[in-house]
Design a protein around this ligand. Structure first.
Ligand SMILES: [Ca+2]
Ligand SMILES: [Ca+2]
Ligand SMILES: [Ca+2]
Length: 438
């Protein structure tokens, strides 16, 4: 029965060999299968709804493919389950060591990835169950085997194979050849050749900014804008990922921002860091101390409470707008009163320290004294611009002398007296500035 069908199909195949099938031109790109009709599914004239069709050498009936060599191959239509679609190839025809080949457009020196599925004709052909096939393209050549033991038309056991080759000319002939010269040979399906995409293993480079310290604009800190960029050798510009966003409010102090970037291949850069420092202005620092003292008031003893309230009142007076030019500089004429109020506040606080209360205000004293020291030092720095003038130099000398004395008072645990010296230093600096700018 089989023989009758075979010869009928064989005849119709010979008639059809004159039909010329046109292979579409393929454009090489990373995701295109360069093989035409790689799954052997194309059947424009519908001659393959039967078990199989035997194609003779030289036939161009199998679109895109050449039946090379001397022997036939069998185009399997419904006889067994294909690995892809419904059709596949038995490279050993009726019978013989058939060869199918296809010219692939390639670029010299480029690498191509080939994949195909192999099984074997599981029919009874009175021969060893292991089928052999040779695959070749460019200078690549390999022999493969497939054991059909336990396999059937409904359980072919298709195996996927892959390899790569480097093209040596603008056309590379991909060829599959049966090394089993009977009726039951190696089976082939699902052939693809794709240009190999070089794997990107380099993560993006992240560039972080250097941010100058900014002054707090509210007790919450300040909003800070920044620009972080990332570039990748494959992807170009990449959007970086940071744990803070430009325009966020940063608290007083230093916040470290961490950024990284990931490319489309999934490579993530190492973390990059930059610091955002928000400083409290002198006024801001003083206001903060008022809050600290207010918090202490609730749990303090009566007499401590009284001193705390006095200190808060004095610090508040030292913040009087008339005494300041800005949140960081004192008014030249009235600024000295800031030191006076501060000294008074510190004196109140020193009393509390003597009460042996559990209330500790030493941190507040330190901040207030330090603000005064900075105010004096800023004034000296401003006056130093005019150094070289006799009077200026003399005042600067006196100012420096007062700063030294202030330090001695601090070493002696007399912060209130130190504030007095800072005031004097500040005054000498003002005199120098006044003289130089009159
Ligand atoms: Ca197929
Ligand atoms: Ca066959
Ligand atoms: Ca990359």
């Amino acid at each position: 029965m089989t023989k009758t069908i075979l010869s009928t199909i064989f005849l119709s195949t010979i008639l059809l060999t004159s039909l010329i099938a046109t292979a579409g031109l393929q454009t090489a790109n990373a995701t295109t299968n360069l093989v035409v009709n790689g799954s052997f599914e194309e059947d424009p004239t519908s001659i393959c709804p039967t078990w199989f069709v035997t194609l003779s050498a030289g036939s161009t009936f199998l679109n895109g493919w050449t039946i090379a060599g001397e022997d036939t191959i069998d185009w399997i239509c419904t006889l067994w389950e294909a690995s892809d679609g419904t059709k596949s190839i038995d490279l050993s025809g009726t019978p013989g060591k058939g060869i199918v080949s296809q010219d692939i457009p390639t670029e010299v020196g480029a690498t191509y990835d080939v994949s195909f599925d192999m099984a074997g004709n599981p029919g009874f052909c009175g021969e060893p169950a292991v089928k052999f096939m040779k695959v070749s393209v460019a200078s690549y050549e390999n022999e493969l085997s497939f054991d059909t033991t336990g396999k059937s038309n409904t359980d072919m056991g298709w195996e996927s194979n892959t390899f790569s080759f480097v093209a040596e000319s603008s056309t590379s002939t991909l060829s599959f050849e049966s090394l089993t010269g009977t009726y039951c040979g190696p089976a082939l399906d699902n052939v693809s050749v794709m240009e190999s995409v070089p794997q990107d293993t380099t993560p993006p480079t992240v560039t972080v900014p250097t941010i100058s310290p900014v002054e707090a604009t509210s007790p919450d800190g300040a909003t800070v804008d920044f620009v972080v960029t990332a570039t990748d050798i494959e992807d170009g510009d990449v959007t970086p990922d940071c744990d803070k966003t430009s325009g966020d409010t940063f608290p007083v102090g230093t916040t470290t921002v961490t950024c990284s970037a990931t490319d489309t291949a999934g490579n993530t850069s190492a973390d990059s860091f930059f610091d955002v420092t928000v400083d409290l202005t002198y006024q801001g620092q003083k206001n903060q101390q008022i809050t600290v003292l207010e918090d202490l008031t609730d749990t303090a003893s009566k007499k401590t409470q009284k001193e705390l309230e006095k200190a808060i009142k004095d610090i508040t007076k030292s913040l009087d707008e008339k005494l300041w030019d800005s949140s960081t500089t004192l008014d030249a004429k009235y600024g000295h009163k800031v030191f006076d109020k501060e000294k008074s506040a510190v004196k109140d606080l020193l009393k509390i320290q003597k009460y042996n209360d559990s209330v500790d205000v030493s941190g507040v004293i330190d901040v207030l004294v330090n603000v005064d020291k900075q105010l004096a030092q800023d004034a000296i720095n401003a006056a130093t611009i005019f150094a070289g003038d006799d009077k200026v130099d003399k005042e600067l000398e006196k100012a420096a002398d007062e700063m030294n004395k202030a330090q001695e008072e601090l070493d002696d645990d007399k912060p209130d007296k130190a504030i007095d010296k800072f005031k004097k230093a500040w005054k000498h600096a003002q005199k120098a500035i006044k003289h130089a700018t009159k």
